[in-house]
Design a protein around this ligand. Structure first.
Ligand code: HEC
Length: 194
């Protein structure tokens, strides 16, 4: 009886080891092994970077048709030129109401993204400037390098500057959504009066 049990245990052990070798060993090191529900690995949808026979240029990622606006995207059709800046100054107006919530949000964003250079009160004396970075002109007392007093900068000019940057100042288009940019513009208007 005991001998039988020994053989049975030995037998089970051998079968288990053999089975685990069969299921885990694989010559192809890149293989993921057995695929359960292969649709999760080999999906039917094309990845954006995949070749695609359904389009003439063979790519999956297609440009949107000319003249269309993606859902949730805010257009700003003013080029990164002085002409674009001046045109935006005439045509572009803030989309936000002058509420205390918007000003508060604008202030918080300004403190994070702009004050390191422009200073907390917009005088061009931020901490980065203290370390040798060229000082931006004061919003209330300075002159814009594109002409005119900084205190007279319009909605469109400030929005254009945040979107594209200017010389030593980079673009904030990828950090600030259009709505956030307008909140910052609102706060810059406040700093222009100091
Ligand atoms: C890395 C430092 C730096 C940061 C951060 C920065 N700026 Fe500037 N900014 C500058 C400098 C330098 C100038 C002057 C550029 C010139 O005239 O050559 C400038 C100029 C400007 C002007 C004047 C544009 C004009 O037409 O003359 C505005 C408005 C402005 N910045 C707004 C902002 C706002 C809003 C933010 C935050 C979203 C910001 N800046 C963040 C450095 C910075």
């Amino acid at each position: 009886m005991l001998a039988m049990n020994k053989f049975r245990i030995l037998g089970i052990a051998v079968v288990t080891i053999a089975a685990s070798i069969v299921t885990t060993s694989c010559n192809d090191k890149r293989s993921t092994g057995w695929e359960y529900a292969p649709n999760m690995y080999e999906k039917i949808a094309f990845d954006p970077d995949q070749k695609n026979p359904n389009f003439k240029d063979g790519k999956t990622a297609q440009l949107p048709p000319a003249g269309t606006t993606p859902v949730g995207f805010t257009r700003f059709d003013y080029p990164k030129t002085t002409e674009g800046y001046n045109q935006a100054s005439i045509e572009v107006k803030s989309i936000l109401f002058n509420t205390s919530k918007n000003i508060e949000d604008g202030k918080a964003l300004f403190m994070t993204f702009c004050s390191p250079c422009h200073g907390k009160t917009g005088q061009g004396d931020g901490t980065v400037v203290a370390h040798g970075f060229p000082a931006p002109p004061s919003y209330s007392k300075g002159q814009s390098s594109r002409g005119g007093a900084m205190k007279d900068l319009t909605d469109g000019k400030i929005y254009h500057t945040i979107t594209y940057g200017l010389n030593a100042m980079g673009s904030y288009a990828s950090q600030l959504s259009p709505e956030e940019r307008w909140k910052v513009v609102m706060y810059v208007h406040h700093l222009q009066t100091l």
